[in-house]
Write a protein that binds this ligand. Structure first.
Ligand SMILES: NC(=O)c1ccc[n+]([C@@H]2O[C@H](COP(=O)([O-])OP(=O)(O)OC[C@H]3O[C@@H](n4cnc5c(N)ncnc54)[C@H](OP(=O)(O)O)[C@@H]3O)[C@@H](O)[C@H]2O)c1
Length: 249
């Protein structure tokens, strides 16, 4: 019960990796605030997860929205020990098709949300001497084609992580996780654009050093470690979960 009685907000946790992270904290004794944009979906997910899950639905694309979500989480949990900034969008397309609307939506969901959710949670996290784990990406570490806005946003999350770690020490540790393409809905979004998605997937796996894609579970492990007391001397870290992809060729 590594996270017994810890109070955790996981953004974007009504599905995908965020839901897997929420389940992990719950299984280790934490109480978790669940977030997603649909209040109905968040209520349904909380009902399925049990009484240790509390709703904190809302859109994180604006500073006001972030504050409302944090206030809902604080109301349901009575404080905050761990903030997981997981919510994000993954638009795919060349620079030519990436217009201002896509750029702004990407930066609002992926970067502004991290800054303003953290900002709203600072007092509670300071009181608890808590920590923050942000969701960056391999796209924050290396350049990738046809996802320029996403790469820029995840690079910003990585640099924001380091800046926050410097400013918030010694009260609050701040780290981030950088996965390569995960074997889930968002990860397959790129493969599904190919004429033969399975062949695109197989080529990706064949080119990877560890000969597979990471699962949600692989990513959850990195979040759980950085959020735990096992990482109590780690802050400002960008932890790749990329099977060696960013290490070299
Ligand atoms: N999957 C991958 O291959 C991969 C690799 C590296 C990093 N990541 C990162 O992992 C994180 C989770 O991705 P995933 O794979 O779990 O994808 P996903 O299934 O599409 O989940 C994305 C989550 O973000 C939430 N979200 C998006 N915009 C939001 C907003 N404005 N306000 C509140 N919530 C918002 C979604 O909420 P709704 O339910 O309301 O839509 C959803 O819960 C993202 O930050 C992503 O960039 C993913």
């Amino acid at each position: 019960m590594e996270f017994k009685d810890k109070r955790v907000l996981v953004t974007g946790s009504a599905r995908g990796i965020g839901l897997a992270i929420a389940r992990r904290f719950l299984s280790e004794g934490a109480r978790v605030a669940i977030n997603g944009r649909s209040s109905t979906t968040v209520q349904e997910v909380c009902a399925e997860l049990g009484s240790a899950a509390v709703p904190a639905s809302g859109d994180l694309a604006s500073a006001g929205g972030c504050d409302e979500v944090v206030q809902a989480a604080l109301g349901g949990l009575g404080g905050l020990d761990i903030l997981i900034n997981n919510a994000g969008v993954f638009p795919i397309g060349s620079m030519e098709v990436t217009d201002e609307k896509i750029w702004d939506e990407t930066f609002n969901a992926n970067v502004k949300s991290v800054f303003f959710t953290s900002r709203s949670a600072l007092a509670a996290l300071r009181e608890a001497r808590g920590n923050i784990v942000n969701h960056s990406s391999i796209a924050g570490l290396i350049g990738l084609s046809n996802v320029s806005a996403y790469c820029a946003s995840k690079g910003a999350v990585l640099q924001l992580t380091k800046a926050m770690a410097m400013e918030l020490a010694p009260d609050i540790r701040v780290n981030c996780v950088c996965p390569t393409t995960v074997d889930n809905d968002m990860g397959w979004k790129g493969f599904n654009r190919a004429d033969d998605p399975q062949a695109a997937h197989d080529a990706f796996v064949a080119a990877s050093k560890l000969q597979r894609m990471p699962t949600n579970h692989d990513v959850v492990e990195a979040f759980a470690f950085l959020a735990s007391s096992r990482a109590s001397f780690m802050t400002g870290v960008a932890l790749p979960v990329d099977g060696g992809k960013s290490a070299g060729v």
